[in-house]
Design a protein around this ligand. Structure first.
Ligand code: G3P
Length: 217
């Protein structure tokens, strides 16, 4: 499973990138707002830092507007994936942009039918929002499983990009189901390394080691 980082915080991306944990980056208008930075400046900086796809989201609500904005964002780097919402106009924009050879990430996906339409429209990535489904007492992971089954039934090449990930457990579940990519905030990726038995075990080893009075160096 590829790891994308869901943030526009360049320091956090750099930190994870040095560890080889960043296969790509996803952003959205809320994350740009949170960064406090100019969208073009920050997306360009990220696209230069990371080799993999960097999703930059359009904000127009009509297909022509999305296409124009997408082409403008694409100028920021060859690895830009143009992000459009899963609306009818978003599907039209996806069809045109992907047909012209651009990577397209179709976002705000909340149903298997929406994912099916995005694949038919040639999406490079489909972004089902797990956490937001869980928020309304549905099971976001069921949606990932449904999309996996449907795409595999027909050999669709659209990659399932599990999004709105809120916990390390979401990462495990998405990987078990076979999501192609998971995009998670930096703190969730760091939490994947944590285990209380690791901490406890290390504490015990260090205590016993100190009692030996030895040193390795
Ligand atoms: O990848 C989509 C993500 O940014 C949305 O996450 O936590 O706002 O639902 P969240």
């Amino acid at each position: 499973m590829k790891f994308f980082v869901d943030t526009a915080d360049t320091a956090a991306i750099r930190d994870l990138h040095e560890l080889g944990m960043v296969d790509g980056v996803t952003t959205n208008p809320s994350l740009i707002h949170k960064s406090g930075r100019d969208i073009k400046e920050v997306i360009k900086e990220i696209a230069e830092m990371v080799e993999g796809p960097v999703s930059a989201e359009t904000v127009a609500t009509d297909a022509d507007g999305m296409i124009a904005e997408g082409l403008e964002l694409k100028k920021l780097g060859e690895n830009i994936a143009i992000k459009v919402p899963l609306t009818w106009d978003g599907l039209k924009a996806c069809k045109k942009l992907s047909g012209d050879g651009h990577m397209v990430n179709v976002t705000l996906c909340f149903s298997a039918n929406q994912a099916l339409l995005a694949a038919k429209a040639g999406a490079t990535f489909i972004s089902p929002f797990i956490g937001r489904l869980d928020d309304i007492n549905l099971d976001g992971m069921d949606l990932i499983a449904d999309i996996r089954e449907i795409y595999d039934n027909y050999g669709f090449e659209t990659q399932i990009l599990a999004a709105s990930i809120r916990s390390a457990n979401h990462m495990t579940e998405a990987a078990k189901i076979g999501a192609d990519v998971a995009t998670a905030p930096p703190d969730v990726i760091r939490k994947m390394a944590a285990h209380p038995l690791t901490d406890k075990g290390l504490e015990g080893f260090l205590k016993d080691w100190a009692a030996t009075g030895q040193s390795i160096l």
